[in-house]
Design a binder for this molecule. Structure first.
Ligand SMILES: Cc1ncc(C[n+]2csc(CCOP(=O)(O)OP(=O)(O)O)c2C)c(N)n1
Ligand SMILES: [Mg+2]
Length: 801
C-alpha cells in the first residue's frame, strides 16, 4: 500500500480513488462472470468460461502494463482486459453470445467462444496501426499453453528493436525495445511441454517477458499433486533464478488475494523486464474459482468442504474489500453502494448486448416471414408454407439457422412453382450476406496478399555461371538481408555455420548474431519466436532444420499461426516465413514428405514446394512483399545441383498459386512437385522413346493451388491424368486430384481413369534400396503411365507383366 502511495506520490485521496476504481473493475468483472453463467444455464449462450477468482492480480498486472506492451494469455483474463480499457461489459456479453459482428465482439466477431481476448493491430485495410500507442493483446487460442511460443517472440521483438542497428527503433512497433510481453497461464497448464520449452528459451534469449501463473491448485478437476512436482511451479523453477554469475530469471511469489503485495510485485517485475530485458516469473498463489472451472460441471464434485470454505474466505475480492475497510479507504456501506451500482450497470450492459445480438436477426426473421406469407398466398402448398412461416414467426429469440433452414425447406416444396425464383434469390442473397461472417479472412484480404504480387523472372548474364543451388539461396538471402533491415533468420545451426546446407554461409558474420541466429533444438518455440516477432512488425524467417521435424511445430502452426487472421477477422496478422527442407534424403526421419498432413493442418498458411533453389529464392522474394505467412519446402537434394546464377538477386519473384508446364505433350498430363519432378522428367524422356508424349506440370504451390486452372487446360488436350508425389497414398496426391477433378471440373475431359502414384504407406526406409522400394521410382512412373496407355492402345503398348 505504502508502495503505491509513495511511489507515485499520490495524496491519500488520489490513492483512494485509484483503489476504488480498481475495486469497481474487479466487481464489474465478477458480476459479468456471475451473470454470464446464468446466461448459459438459461440457454442464451452456449458455453461460458470466466475470470472469477482471478480478478485482483489482473488489476495489478494492468497497472504495470504500458502502451506498446503485449499480452499473450488465456481465458481467465477478462478483468485485465477491462482494466486496460479493451473490453466493455457489453463486449463481454457480445462475446458470450457469439455476436458475429466485429463492431460488437471486437475479440473475434463471434468466431471464438467467450474468454478469448484480442485487440486490433490492423486498420480496416489490413495495414498496421501504431502499436506503441495502444495496449495490445495477441489473440488467445484454446489449447492450454498454446499462448507460450508466441509470447517468446513478442518479447524477443523488443530485444531486436533495441539492439539491432538499422531498424528505426521509433517505429509503429517499438520505442527502443521498451515493451514487455506479458504471459498468463493456469497452474495446471504449466504441465505442458510448450510451457517448459518457452521458459527455457526465454531464459537463454534474455527477453523482456513477464510470465504470470494464476495458481488455483486445480486444472478442471485435477489437483496440483497430479500436475506439478512438489505441487509448486516456482519451487521447481528455482534453478532458473539469476544470480551474480549467471543470467536467468527473476522469480517472484505472491498471494493472489493480497492487493498491495500484488501491485508491488508487478511494479518490480515490470521494471526488471523493461529496463534490463530480463524475464520474470510471477507465481500468483492462493487463487480460487468461485463458480468452478466453466459452465460445464460443478466444482462441488471434486473439492471438499474445507477447500470450498477456504475458497470462500480467500476470495480475492473479499480480501481486497477487507483490506480497504481495514485501512479506511472505504466503509462497508460505501463498498455495498459500489456493488449495487455495478450490478445495475452490468445488467444493463448485458441487456444492451442481447438486443444488439438478436435484433438484426429478428429483422431477418420478419423479412422471411413476410416473403413466405406472400409466396403462400399463391401456392398449392399454402398450408404447409404457412405452417413453416408461423413456426418461424413464433420463435421469440431466433438464430440465423432457424431462418435459413425454414427458407431451404420451403424451397423444396415449391420447386415446381412460380414463387420459387423469388425465394431462391432470397436464400442466395442471404447466404451471400451471412456466410462471410463465418468464413472470411482465412487469408489476408489486404492489397498485400500473395495474389497481388507480380512475377519477376530471374535474369541471366549471357554466359551465366552454373553454380550449386545453395549459392543461389545464399546470395539471395544476402540480398534480402541488405534490402529489408527488419528480416531475420533463426534456427538450429542457422547462425554460426550458416545452416546445415550452407544456404546462410557467412550471413551471421555480415549481419550479426541477432539477425542470423542459432536457436536451441526446440521447433515449437522457433515457430513461436517467428509468430510473435511477425506480430510486431518484424519479418522473421523461422528455420526448421528438416521437414520431418516440422511435426513438433505443426500444432502451433495449425492452432495459432494458421488461425490468426481468421480468429481475429483480419485484425491481427503474422507474416512469418517458415523455411525448411524436405523430400528425398533417406530414412524414416530424413526423407519424409508428409505434405497431405501439412496442407490439411495449416489452411490459413501458404504452402510452397519449389523444385529448385532459384524457384525457392523467388518465393522468399515474393513473400517479403506480402503480409501473409507461408511455409517454403526446399528440396533437400537440390543444394548441390547446378543451376544458372541469376543476376537480379533479391528481385526476381516466383508467383504464388501458379503452376508451370515443364514439358509439353499430348498423351497424358503428369502433375507433380518438388524433387519428384526430376524423376518424372526422366520417366517422360524414356516414355518419349516409345512414342508416349507426356505433358509435365509443376504445381509449385500447394496452397493456394493453381489459381488460373491451368491444369484442366492441359487435361482438355491430353484427356489423361497421373498425379505423382512421395507422400503416403491418399496424401497430397489425393488433394491434388480433388482440386483438379472437383474444383476445376477436370472429370469432363478424361478418357482414362485419373490416377495417383504415391510412396508406400510406411515411412521411407533407409539407404538407396530403402528409397527405391519406398518411393515412386522412374520405373514406377514409367510403368504407371505405360499401363494407362496400354488400356488405350494394347497393340501399340502390350502388357508388360
Ligand atoms: C491442449 C489442451 N488440453 C486440454 C484442454 C481442456 N482444458 C481446458 S482448461 C483445462 C484446465 C486448465 O487448468 P489451469 O491451467 O490450471 O487453468 P485454470 O482453468 O485453472 O485457470 C483443460 C484441461 C485444452 N483446452 N487444451
Ligand atoms: Mg488452475
Amino acid at each position: 500500500m505504502t508502495q503505491i502511495a509513495s511511489k507515485k506520490e499520490l495524496s491519500f485521496e488520489d490513492f483512494k480513488t485509484e483503489v476504488l476504481n480498481d475495486y469497481r473493475i474487479a466487481v464489474i468483472s465478477r458480476e459479468c462472470s456471475l451473470l454470464g453463467r446464468r446466461e448459459v444455464l438459461t440457454g442464451k449462450a452456449k458455453f461460458g468460461i470466466f475470470g472469477d477468482g482471478k480478478e485482483v492480480p489482473q488489476l495489478a498486472m494492468a497497472k504495470a502494463f504500458k502502451n506498446g506492451d503485449f499480452r499473450s494469455g488465456y481465458y481467465r483474463d477478462q478483468t485485465f482486459m477491462m482494466a486496460i480499457g479493451q473490453m466493455t461489459i457489453q463486449q463481454f456479453f457480445a462475446g458470450l453470445y457469439g455476436h458475429a459482428d466485429i463492431d460488437h465482439d471486437p475479440m473475434s466477431a463471434g468466431r471464438q467462444m467467450g474468454g478469448h481476448f484480442a485487440t486490433h493491430s490492423l486498420n480496416e485495410d489490413g495495414s498496421w496501426k501504431n502499436l506503441t500507442l495502444q495496449k495490445n493483446s495477441s489473440a488467445d487460442i484454446s489449447p492450454t499453453a498454446g499462448q507460450m511460443p508466441r509470447l517468446l517472440g513478442l518479447a524477443q521483438a523488443s530485444k531486436i528493436y533495441r539492439n539491432v542497428s538499422g531498424i528505426n527503433n521509433k517505429t509503429n512497433f517499438s520505442i527502443n525495445g521498451n515493451e514487455i510481453a506479458w504471459g498468463t497461464i493456469g497452474n495446471a497448464s504449466t504441465s505442458e511441454g510448450l510451457f517448459f520449452e518457452t521458459i527455457n528459451a526465454a531464459g537463454v534469449l534474455q527477453v523482456p517477458m513477464v510470465m504470470s501463473v494464476w495458481d488455483d491448485e486445480y486444472g478442471i478437476s485435477v489437483h496440483a499433486k497430479y500436475q506439478t512436482t512438489k505441487e509448486n511451479i516456482s519451487e521447481i523453477l528455482k534453478g532458473f533464478q539469476r544470480d551474480n554469475e549467471n543470467k536467468g530469471y527473476e522469480i517472484i511469489r505472491v498471494k493472489g488475494w493480497d492487493y498491495p503485495a500484488l501491485v508491488t510485485a508487478y511494479e518490480q517485475a515490470a521494471q526488471i523486464a523493461r529496463e534490463e530485458h530480463v524475464p520474470v516469473l510471477i507465481h500468483v498463489q492462493e487463487l480460487t474459482q468461485p463458480q468452478g472451472h466453466s459452465t460445464s460441471g460443478s466444482h462441488e464434485r471434486y473439492k471438499n468442504a474445507d477447500r470450498l470454505a477456504w475458497e470462500a474466505d480467500y476470495d480475492c475480492i473479499r480480501q481486497m474489500k477487507l483490506w480497504m475497510i481495514a485501512i479506511n479507504i472505504a466503509t462497508q456501506e460505501e463498498l455495498d453502494e459500489i456493488d449495487n451500482a455495478v450490478k445495475k450497470g452490468v445488467l444493463e450492459g448485458k441487456k444492451a448486448a442481447w438486443s444488439a445480438f438478436v435484433d438484426p436477426i429478428k429483422t431477418e426473421q420478419k423479412e422471411l416471414v413476410a416473403l413466405l406469407e406472400n409466396i403462400a398466398a399463391s401456392s398449392e402448398n399454402k398450408v404447409f408454407i404457412q405452417k413453416f412461416s408461423s413456426d418461424l414467426a413464433g420463435i421469440k429469440e431466433p438464430i440465423r439457422k432457424d431462418i435459413i433452414v425454414t427458407a431451404r425447406k420451403v424451397l423444396r416444396l415449391i420447386a415446381k412453382e412460380n414463387g420459387k425464383n423469388q425465394l431462391a434469390q432470397w436464400i442466395t442473397a442471404y447466404i451471400e450476406k451471412i456466410q462471410p461472417k463465418f468464413s472470411s479472412n482465412l487469408f489476408s484480404e489486404s492489397s498485400q496478399n500473395v495474389l497481388s504480387v507480380e512475377e519477376v523472372r530471374p535474369q541471366y548474364a549471357e554466359n551465366a555461371e552454373e553454380v550449386d543451388g545453395r549459392i543461389i539461396i545464399r546470395d539471395n538471402f544476402d540480398a534480402i538481408f541488405s534490402k529489408y533491415p527488419e528480416t531475420l533468420v533463426f534456427g538450429e545451426d542457422a547462425g554460426n555455420i550458416g545452416d546445415v546446407n550452407q544456404g546462410l554461409e557467412g550471413m551471421q558474420e555480415k549481419y550479426g548474431e541477432l539477425r542470423v541466429a542459432d536457436a536451441g533444438i526446440r521447433e515449437a518455440t522457433i515457430l513461436g519466436q517467428g509468430i510473435g516477432m511477425a506480430m510486431r512488425g518484424l519479418r522473421p524467417i523461422a528455420e526448421i532444420q528438416y521437414l520431418d521435424y516440422l511435426l513438433y511445430a505443426i500444432q502451433i502452426m495449425s492452432d495459432d499461426l494458421a488461425t490468426l487472421q481468421y480468429r481475429t477477422k483480419g485484425k491481427q496478422k503474422a507474416p512469418l516465413i517458415i523455411r525448411t527442407r524436405g523430400h528425398r534424403l533417406e530414412g524414416i526421419w530424413h526423407s519424409g514428405s508428409p505434405m497431405g498432413m501439412i496442407i490439411n493442418a495449416i489452411r490459413g498458411i501458404h504452402v510452397l514446394v519449389p523444385r529448385n533453389m532459384t524457384k525457392a529464392a523467388g518465393f522468399y522474394n515474393t513473400l517479403l512483399e506480402t503480409d501473409e505467412p507461408a511455409l517454403v519446402v526446399e528440396c533437400l537434394n537440390g543444394y548441390r545441383l547446378k543451376e544458372a546464377m541469376p543476376v537480379n538477386m533479391g528481385e526476381f519473384k516466383t508467383p504464388i498459386g501458379v503452376v508451370e508446364t515443364l514439358k509439353e505433350g499430348k498423351d497424358i498430363t503428369l502433375v507433380s512437385y518438388g524433387s519428384t519432378l526430376r524423376l518424372v522428367e526422366q520417366a517422360a524422356k524414356e516414355l518419349l522413346e516409345i512414342g508416349i508424349d507426356a505433358e509435365i506440370i509443376d504445381v509449385q504451390s500447394l496452397l493456394p493451388f493453381d489459381i488460373n486452372h491451368d491444369i484442366v487446360k492441359s487435361l482438355a488436350k491430353t484427356n489423361r491424368l497421373l498425379v505423382i508425389d512421395e507422400d503416403v497414398p491418399g496424401g497430397a496426391s489425393a488433394y491434388i486430384l480433388q482440386q483438379i477433378l472437383d474444383e476445376q471440373n477436370g472429370y469432363k475431359y478424361l478418357d482414362s481413369k485419373p490416377e495417383t502414384l504415391a510412396a508406400k504407406a510406411h515411412r521411407p526406409a533407409y539407404g538407396t534400396d530403402g528409397d527405391y522400394f519406398s518411393k515412386p521410382s522412374v520405373e514406377d512412373i514409367y510403368e504407371k503411365v505405360y499401363a494407362i496407355m496400354n488400356e488405350v492402345n494394347p497393340e501399340k503398348f502390350p502388357n508388360l507383366y
